[in-house]
Design a protein around this ligand. Sequence first.
Ligand code: HEM
Length: 308
Amino acid sequence: MFSRLFGKRTKSSAEEKQRPQTATHTVEVKWDNWSPPGEKDAISPPIHQAATLTHSVRSPCPAINSLANHSILPHDGKDITKAMAVDALTKAFNVDPKIAAVFAASGIFANPHHDATTFDLNMVTKHNYIEHDASLSRDDAAFGSGEKFDQDAFNMVLKTYRDGHPGKSDEEIATDWVTAGHARWARVLASRKKHDVAEKTWIYGIKEAIMSYGETSLYLNLLGKDGVAPLKWVRIFFEQERLPYAEGWRPPVKFDQADLNHGYAEMMKGGEHGAEEAKLVGIGTLVGLKAAILSLGAGFIKAPSAHA
Ligand code: HEM
């Protein structure tokens, strides 16, 4: 079960009044429509008043940030209801409605106001709720922003793909599950080392491992066919937070638990580090880690049990 903390909503009534249109935000999937946060975030002004530019917000998640940049979620990243998030994920990415509902609920539960029915994208940045150490494209919270894209962190992912295809340019490289799994593990090791050197506490247990596997399975199911996507598309998704529609990407025809599980299983086939990771997360054996990821991953990936 989720727990909700932190008392009541504190939005001013003036702020509430300014945003009636978000309640009726309808999902329009136009992939050509893209602009970075900050642009197009003016609220329609009441008559005789100047337009108010709101400060747009984003999250540590390249997928929901992209949906906001494409205006499939509100472009300013604010006041997202569960229905809006489910609509966006199901209509834009063909995510299975049950999974979409779990993801959307995890957004609402990230709102610190216990009776909230909406969330803002930056609310999911809360460290060790969903946001965790060893991200693919974000620095660890102890050192920088767990929220904002970090090129140095993501370069480790790119290096793994490039090292796996010597002599090839990024335009020529395609992803695969095994290399994606190695890239994920490279980030785990780098994150552990960075904390060790700085003598900071590093948190990487079974919950984080499940999320880590889950996030790699998510981006390759979104961008690729059975794990195969042009590396260029992966770069566009993480670096620009844009879906590479103009470059030829089309949404997956289906995106469900079986697809996510397939990704975990394929990554594990290339996981010579698996036994080490099993010990690291306190599961002990590789068999145990595999079982935990395949069985728990189903409902756990974006639905941590509690947030403090
Ligand atoms: C309402 C829905 C969603 C919420 C609230 C959400 C939230 C988050 C959060 C908080 C993170 C940060 C985890 C970390 O520390 O690395 C994250 C990462 C990620 N999410 Fe989402 N997410 C949602 C939906 C999705 C979907 C539908 C996809 C893909 C189709 C996706 C793909 C990813 C990926 C690939 C990462 C890893 C980023 C990285 O490691 O740098 N997410 N998500």
